[in-house]
Design a protein around this ligand. Structure first.
Ligand SMILES: [Zn+2]
Length: 378
């Protein structure tokens, strides 16, 4: 079995409270997934990430492939064991970083040739290679290799990009199905395997998004993601694309919106029926001194906090807000202390994870809408 998905409640706004059974963790959804790019949620140790209640975190295939290398990670027992993270992991396909970070990339139907942003070395990624790398890393969930359509994109460009993404999705799933039992923990976890999610693209064109969803569903992925959002488009367009695609996706499989968003966005999307979301925002903003709080955004560098004895967020009971003042966090930032990024990140993650926990409780308490589905197993 790859994954199980049990819908507990569905609201008439489309919100879903569900349980996602993955080989390393049973994940309560809707879930926010902190980003652990290079095998670490930057600045925070794994035991703290666990204490904060993170159930599922991301690793970036592009970064881990370049350093320390996927074969090295496989030899060390896979990414869970290497980074000592016992709960669930998801790896992206590497596509997004190839397009956003690497230099001199050249796209063909076969794949993408690119130069490493680290040392300029030349690499070639195909859908099959992305699957091999992700199977070596051994996350619970792997993602199909796609091309993230940039914004803005002319219609002809979005059409061509979608054609490529659909062809690569077919090759991804064919290769993955042939090799998914090779994951390093397969025998140890009683024959369980990784899952593979397809990624809906299509730029900001509603009909292309629909076509993308329909064609991917025919390929029978274990779950579906909506990608190519939060790429610079206005927020109402993000919402429009999500609202267009969600009703088309199979109700009995998990739905993941990639790379979103601000606190109010993740709350809104969760209520619309998005089960999974990830974003670098809480962790990246924290390292720049931006805290998300119940009173809005707070820039801890601001001079007005120089002698502020209050907690970062009076309504937050995270380990940082219970112990430290705004004045101290500001001082750490001003002094360039390493602890600054750590404490700021812990609070922001607690805030994001707290939102999801609250939304889950609300959805759990909602009236059950008739027409419940039997549990899905694959
Ligand atoms: Zn806090």
């Amino acid at each position: 079995m790859s994954l199980g998905f049990d819908l507990i409640r569905t609201t008439d706004q489309g919100g879903r409270r569900a349980r996602l059974d993955l080989p390393h963790q049973t994940v309560e959804t809707p879930v926010f997934m902190p980003v652990g790019t290079a095998g670490t949620v930057k600045a925070v140790a794994q035991d703290v990430v666990e204490t904060l209640g993170a159930q599922l975190i991301l690793g970036n295939t592009y970064h881990l492939y370049l350093r320390p290398g996927h074969e090295a990670i496989r030899r060390m027992g896979g990414l869970h064991r290497f980074m000592s993270w016992p709960r669930a992991l998801l790896t992206d396909s590497g596509g997004f970083q190839v397009f956003s970070l690497s230099q001199l990339r050249k796209v063909s139907d076969e794949g993408v040739r690119f130069r490493s942003h680290l040392d300029g070395s030349s690499h070639f990624f195909t859908p099959e290679h992305s699957m091999d790398v992700q199977i070596a890393l051994g996350a619970d969930i792997a993602m199909a290799f796609d091309e993230c359509t940039e914004y803005p994109a002319e219609r002809s460009r979005a059409e061509e990009s979608l054609r490529l993404t659909l062809a690569w999705a077919r090759r991804s799933i064919d290769h993955f199905r042939g090799h998914q039992n090779e994951v390093v923990w397969h025998d140890e976890l009683n024959g369980r395997t990784q899952s593979l999610f397809g990624i809906v693209q299509g730029g900001m064109y509603r009909d292309l998004r629909r076509e993308s969803a329909e064609r991917l569903i025919e390929m029978n992925f274990d779950g579906y993601a909506i990608g190519g959002l939060s790429v610079g488009e206005p927020r109402d367009l993000t919402l429009e694309m999500i609202a267009e695609v969600l009703p088309l996706l199979p109700a009995n499989k998990p739905r993941y919106v990639m790379g979103v968003g601000y606190p109010d966005e993740i709350e809104q999307y969760a209520r619309m029926g998005v089960d999974m979301m990830d974003c670098v925002l809480p962790t990246r903003a924290a390292r720049h001194g931006l805290l998300f709080t119940s009173e809005g955004r707070l820039n801890i560098k601001n001079k007005r906090y120089a002698e502020d004895q209050g907690p970062p967020d009076p309504a937050c009971d995270c380990m940082v807000c219970r112990r430290y003042s705004r004045a101290y966090l500001r001082h750490l930032m001003q002094a360039g202390e390493a602890l600054s990024g750590t404490l700021n990140t812990i609070h922001n993650l607690a805030y994001y994870l707290g939102i999801m926990s609250r939304v889950r409780a609300e959805l759990q308490a909602a009236e059950r809408v008739p027409g419940g589905l039997p549990p899905f197993r694959t």
